[in-house]
Design a protein around this ligand. Sequence first.
Ligand SMILES: [Ca+2]
Length: 350
Amino acid sequence: MSVPHTPSPTGNPPAIGGPLENGVSKGNGTGREKQEQSIIKDIYSSETETHTPSKEEIETNEKNLQQSASYLGQLVFKLRYTHDKNALIVSVVRCRDLPAKDPNVGSSDPYVKLQLLPDKQHKVKTRVLRKTRNPVYDEDFTFYGIFFPQLTDITLHFVILSFDRYSRDDIIGEVFCPLDQVDLSQIETQQMALCREIHPRSLKIRSQGRGELLVSLCWQPAASRLTVVVLKARNLPKMDVTGLADPYVKIYLTFKGQRLAKKKTHVKKRTLSPVFNESFVFDVPQEASEGLIDIGLEFLLLDWDRVTKNEVIGRLDLGGSKCTGTALHHWNEVCNSPRRQIADWHKLRE
Ligand SMILES: [Ca+2]
């Protein structure tokens, strides 16, 4: 993970792209997925199936995490295809047992967004239902101009959200339904009901990995100043339906664990390999200026979103009590080599 230290904030060119090309699960017909397509499946019994070792690592991770993740309820929807209109009709029927996003009321104001992947031009949403954890929508969405053989390339992506009047909406969770795992001959003749468990968004981040961040630091004891250059990030998880993300970095200077100052980079839109090259200067308190005692830097890498709350992708601590491993090594070098700009890559953590 670490590269040779560079005297200037240019770093080494990062390898583009991560090991996971299939972050948005395009189904490959695994045993688990097959099982999930059963009509109105019983989610409790489906959790007992055995794990096939030939599965890709990402799926294994997702499965393990799913079992430990908190239960977010279920989504019920129906599918129908009409040949005379070349139309796919998706009915969002209802959600069951949603978590309460509004703790004061003990419920949520949920609505469901639906997109057809990979063509994200088809984008619809249900109305918002107020103060309920078991909303019934019964809303039909008709997607025209889809020829029957095209269906196997399409994945339905549902996002379940809770409306927030005062802030950006909360994401409750999401459901992916690749249509190549649905018995399509059935939906030609009749409406078919399906029920899927809602998965947390964090599952997606954790199963893909959080990526890495290249930062460069320079400690100037005479001026009592710490310069931080946020250079770039790589291998970030695919956060948006576009398969990309809109990353930015927040930095806090901490003293004895307390946040003293905050800075942030600009948002880099639609990229998994952002180049920031932004420099920040922090004034270090006089009492800590002997070798940066009790000083730390907290980095948060976030995904910006226009509608929903920005999500934290990963964190990094340099200095402070939580700093270990390569981060501690980097920090010690910075403390011991004043006036030198020292860069290093760091793996982001939860
Ligand atoms: Ca985003």
